[in-house]
Design a binder for this molecule. Structure first.
Ligand code: ABN
Length: 174
């Protein structure tokens, strides 16, 4: 019966070890440390695009004039005004009528169609004024000029700042 006693004892010890308070705490500790590491993973970093860090696919700082999407901008950057690269600051409304530009993304060398939507309903933000004007034409050709208040079709015509929204890739020149 000795061997049976030893087997029973080993089994009992194993069950006790795996269901002890200490192993429960160890499991909880791993979950907490593992959970804290999740934001360091690439997927979580990519989800942060639009703050001011940039990502591998969308490099640069949207609060700076030299950020690639700003190549044809004339206005205040909403990312400096309480909004983000593509969302208006609280209390303003995005204009449905916009100025469109084409900017090259240095990450992949492709040209992207960028919509410069003005955010409307609060007085001018006054921060991060950028005038890069690539492709801009004189104001007597309104559809190709960026020096306009595009707060049209909004409840208020008061201009606050401009967001840069990617509409798609531009077809390569044939
Ligand atoms: N589209 C930006 C803007 C607003 C008011 C005046 C000039 C340019």
């Amino acid at each position: 019966m000795n061997w049976l006693d030893r087997l029973a004892e080993r089994c009992t010890r194993r069950v006790a070890r795996n269901s002890s308070r200490r192993s429960f705490l160890a499991l909880l500790g791993s979950a907490l440390v593992g959970g804290a590491a999740v934001p360091l993973l690439p997927v979580a970093r990519a989800a942060d695009a639009g703050a001011s860090g940039g990502t591998a696919a969308d490099p640069g700082d949207p609060t700076k004039c030299d950020y690639w999407r700003n190549c044809a901008i004339d206005g205040y950057l909403c990312a400096c005004c309480g909004g983000t690269v593509n969302t208006c600051p609280p209390g303003t409304e995005m204009s449905p009528i916009t100025w469109i530009g084409t900017c090259r993304n240095p990450a992949d060398g492709r040209d992207y169609i960028i919509s410069y939507n003005d955010c409307c309903g609060k007085t001018s933000c006054g921060a991060c004024l950028c005038q890069r004007n690539e492709g801009d034409r004189p104001v007597y050709r309104p559809h190709t000029a960026n020096d306009y208040n595009w707060c049209l079709g909004t409840a208020s015509a008061v201009y606050n700042c401009t967001v840069t929204v990617i509409l798609g890739t531009a077809a390569p020149k044939s």
